[in-house]
Design a binder for this molecule. Sequence first.
Ligand SMILES: Cc1cc2nc3c(=O)[nH]c(=O)nc-3n(C[C@H](O)[C@H](O)[C@H](O)COP(=O)(O)OP(=O)(O)OC[C@H]3O[C@@H](n4cnc5c(N)ncnc54)[C@H](O)[C@@H]3O)c2cc1C
Ligand code: SF4
Length: 563
Amino acid sequence: MRRATQYDAIVVGSGMTGGWAAKELCEHGLNTLVLEAGRPIDPNKDYVEHVPEYQVHFRGYGDRKALERDQPMQKDCYACDEWSGKFFVNDRENPYTFPDDKPFRWIRGRQVGGRSIMWGRQVYRWSDLDFEANAKEAIGIEWPIRYADIAPWYDHVERFIGVSGQAEGLPQLPDGQFLPPMAMSCVEQRARENILKAFGGERVMTIGRAAILTQNHNGRAACHYCGHCERGCITLSYFSSINATLPAAQKTGKLTLRPFSVVESVLYDPKGDRARGVRVIDANTNESLEFEGRVVFLCASAIESARLLLNSKSDRFPNGMANDSDQVGRNVMDHPFFAGAHGEMPGFLDKTTFGNRPNGIYVARFRNVKTKHPDFVRGYGFQGGAGRSGWDRGEWTPGFGADFKRSLISDLGPWGLGINAWGEMLPNPENRVTLDSQVKDKWGIPAAHIVCSLGENELAMHRDMQITAAELLAAAGAKDIQTYTSPILPGLCIHEMGTARMGHDPKTSVLNAHNQAHSVKNLFITDGACMASSANQNPSITYMALTARAASYAVERLKKREI
Ligand SMILES: Cc1cc2nc3c(=O)[nH]c(=O)nc-3n(C[C@H](O)[C@H](O)[C@H](O)COP(=O)(O)OP(=O)(O)OC[C@H]3O[C@@H](n4cnc5c(N)ncnc54)[C@H](O)[C@@H]3O)c2cc1C
Ligand code: SF4
């Protein structure tokens, strides 16, 4: 085994949170090594957002045989298509297991940038309704922070990444440092007004808050509404670690980025009672290497970071590093979704939309905000949008023959409005990641075994989502409203979190209020693993804010030689 250089900081993963850790640590002057399991990305070759269907081999449908063989799990994600499939992992090389009766979809990216390349860019702050809920309802454990602790870090992150959105003054969905909002369509605007009137301001439909630039910002260009962001963005108009944080880290001259570096375990130094560094397998040569650092940040994503901790055994930590509480791997949460409604919005036939706005509308949580719901705690928000149907409405519109076909292409169909809910999942210690004793990945590292299912609260909430979706559309003025729900596959919302939670008490949590492991003071875990509850908002902006906050704290402690 070859011994490598000593760094000030080691960051595992270069995705959404790894990019933030790298930027902040480098900007504080730390020589930082970022270890990324996957390949490097070259935007000039890899970004394909402007490539039309007729230029891809399977006209956008993808090679179904290859998908079945190599990406049987990833293909269930809407974004894993012929263009973006290359940004999703190969499931054969990166297997995981689950019980037959508890299927789980673990959707992953394994390249420089991680899933920040393909993400949906929706960003919503949490509020004290979320941070206080566990303590008030005696569910899980109390969050060790409140909104006031993270608010300045939301500001910090938003100012850098650029978030377009509309301030609404809602206590349950705090406003941020917004760039100008994208415009709502005339139909969405009408729906918003009708809903506000019908529910006396209790239910609010706003434009989606998105990490997409509506004006030039920090050297990145405003979005030109081409619309397929999950394929990359050559104008750097949406936030990803490749487009923004990694270049900022690089600019300091303090960053060493090492792709093809699969971190196998975190090394423990019993003398110093600290993390010494990490053991890495070079993905190309299979060579085993060690890297040392004064501080280690795990940003490999919630399930990967738990897997890494569980695989880091020593005499001091026989059940995995920082796992004195036996909480590493427990409390996996995702957001129950895929329940909602759609309907036709009459009128506005002289109006249409221009370009492909890469954003929709959002209905802020209204359940259990002012009044208590009898069947469930917590709540959900809706995402969706309005648009006019095109020629493909021929699929469901009655008619046949040449005149019918001509009518489909000579005119647009009616306006439709659809909304889909994203709900909160409660922490449950039985929803758990462990190491599979049989299955290993391509590099010989034990695979994750994931046991995760929804509880009664989530199922009750799911039933309610369809009902209120229909109410909202009716209030908006829609007709022919159809509700839908589908069997819920945990993981498919791609918001997995909770596997190394923050808390006050080392007996019941893995991390303290600064994402620092209670029992290994120079180890920080700042991806979704740290979450003590899931709220219902898309979580990545909260991970980013916590990462920046933790980096600042780690630097202070390093300066004072406390870690
Ligand atoms: C299609 C899609 C849409 C989404 N939409 C939204 C949205 O609208 N809003 C939102 O908030 N979130 C969204 N998400 C979720 C969001 O992408 C994740 O929450 C976020 O990327 C998590 O950040 P992370 O840093 O923890 O993980 P990632 O961004 O996944 O990065 C982890 C990185 O660590 C690397 N890694 C893993 N294991 C190792 C190892 N052992 N050694 C070295 N490197 C390792 C991986 O290769 C990867 O590059 C979406 C995700 C997808 C796929
Ligand atoms: S729609 Fe905007 S953010 Fe998305 S890829 Fe196109 S220019 Fe970039």
